[in-house]
Design a protein around this ligand. Structure first.
Ligand code: DSN
Length: 478
């Protein structure tokens, strides 16, 4: 029997790898098996298409291409130019953006490129001007210190971490927290929703250079028209990090006031979450910031990865197909079914539900920390991650929340009926798990007790739930 093209491609690749280092080939095969077997509910993960995956394993990996199209620091970049231009073209068409920069290696990198572009565009400093025109070596020591002071004095207003904001929006564990004087806006304690009047008030008081919207754990839509009005009222640059929900924008689930592209001065994203491309980042902007954004490498980024840009072009082409809109809508339908199923079984959800691809369970209602819940679910074959909830008493390490998302299971084909079954499995595990005690007999935030028979039974049910929805059905590794 002849093999289909996908099986042949992956089998052949593994055979070539196995001849050199069989343990790597084995690990790749084991990763596929693990992904096939687990109920993946990590809100930021997905399954890229075989075409996207295959576009990354080739000779583009060998090519240096610092700079950008028409301004390279290396010769011989004509084929890199082709894929970079294709990825940018698809991104512009898909999102209706004037300019797309597809080199960032991750969301953090995309945000750094955006921050640099805004600083370079907005901060009136002779020293910065010199730095921008690549005369950094001509700066006097006094200029250099003045520049560092000026940059560090700039203000950023973004969503607080425990309300669902992201580390790269000016928080200390990330360089953005050292580059900017940061203040956060939270959410209304009663509803869990963004209170736009409070954001406007904070903007008036703080006068930020940059107002950032976007999140990694906020289960609701954001009104970007209102956020832009707030930014304009204080002369701030409005930046949106749409890494989590880019697939919902691409699939036209978020339109009008909820589509960031027409409202923001600059938009950053990753390409691998709900957008379902390769691991990577991207920046979209208007013509005013385009030149600064295109200086991302080498100002902020290491050499671009042409093989990943090729894969971005493939994935963005896929997202422009009509069926992607149906996929995006199913992501949200599934998240809402999961939320409804959990609520009906008595779970407490931050904001009481979801408008997007993610649900945040406050597991303190089950008497657990996020860490305990995460591990108990993992023991039962359900892969999630712990996450802080607003005003979290357990901090960012132990947390009181579990974040779950539907992009990956939706790609596999699971629908709303399976989401209800998933809610039952999650509830069963959380309901049957109790906090453990530490070596001193005191209550532990990490240890937990779950009857192994329950974990085994749920694990089996989770596997059964996945059986009708094989992952990569056309890929048979033999
Ligand atoms: N790691 C991504 C997430 O899980 O949301 C964003 O940093």
């Amino acid at each position: 029997m002849s093999l289909n093209a996908e099986s042949t491609a992956f089998r052949s690749a593994l055979e070539v790898i196995r001849a050199v280092e069989p343990r790597v080939a084995d690990a790749i095969g084991a990763e596929l098996a693990d992904q096939r077997e687990s109920l993946k509910l990590i809100a930021s993960e997905n399954y890229a298409s075989p075409a996207t995956l295959l576009a990354m394993g080739n000779w583009f990996s060998d090519k240096y291409a610092e700079g950008t199209i028409g301004r390279r620091f290396y010769a011989g970049c004509q084929n890199v130019d082709t894929v970079e231009a294709l990825a940018a073209e698809h991104a512009k068409e898909l999102f209706g953006a004037a300019h797309a920069y597809v080199q960032p290696h991750s969301g953090i990198d995309a945000n750094l490129v955006a921050f640099w572009a805004i600083l370079a565009d907005r901060v009136e400093s002779p020293a910065l001007r010199k730095a921008q025109v690549r005369q950094v070596n001509d700066l006097t020591e006094a200029d250099w210190f003045a520049l560092r002071r000026e940059l560090g004095d700039q203000r950023m207003l973004g969503m607080s971490l425990d309300a669902g904001g992201h580390l790269t929006h000016g928080f200390r564990p990330n360089i953005s927290g050292k580059m900017f004087d940061q203040r956060s806006y939270g959410t209304d304690p009663a509803t869990g929703l963004i209170d736009y009047d409070r954001v406007a008030e904070a903007a008036r008081e703080f006068r930020p250079l940059i107002l950032v919207a976007g999140y990694s754990a906020y289960p609701r839509k954001v009104n970007f028209r209102i956020m832009r009005e707030i930014a304009d009222s204080v002369g701030a640059t409005f930046m949106v990090d749409m890494a989590h929900f880019a697939g919902l924008v691409a699939g036209k689930v978020f339109t009008g006031d909820f589509d960031p592209v027409p409202h923001a001065h600059i938009v950053t994203t990753t390409t691998h979450k709900s957008l379902r491309g390769p691991r990577g980042g991207m920046v979209l902007c208007g013509p005013e910031l385009a030149d600064q954004v295109d200086r991302g490498c080498p100002m902020v980024l290491g050499g671009p990865l042409p093989h990943v840009m090729a894969a971005k072009a493939v994935a963005l082409a896929e997202a422009r197909r009509p069926d992607f809109a149906g996929y995006a809508q199913r992501i949200v339908d599934n998240a809402q079914a999961l939320a409804d199923g959990l609520l009906r079984r008595g779970a407490t959800l931050v904001t009481g539900g979801t408008d997007n691809h993610l649900v945040l369970i406050d597991v303190s209602g089950y008497g657990l920390t996020g860490r305990q819940a995460e591990q108990a679910l993992l023991d039962s074959g359900i892969v999630t991650n712990r996450n802080a909830v607003p005003q979290d008493p357990n901090g960012a390490w132990y947390t009181s929340g579990i974040r779950i998302g539907t992009p990956a299971l939706t790609t596999r084909g699971l629908g709303t009926a399976e989401m209800d079954a998933t809610a039952e499995l999650i509830h069963t595990v959380l309901d049957r798990t109790t906090p453990g005690t530490g070596p001193d007999g005191a209550g532990s935030k990490a240890k937990y007790v779950l009857d192994p028979a329950v974990a085994e039974q749920v694990g089996k049910q989770a596997a059964d739930l996945l059986t009708p929805f094989p992952l990569y059905p056309a890929v048979d590794l033999g």
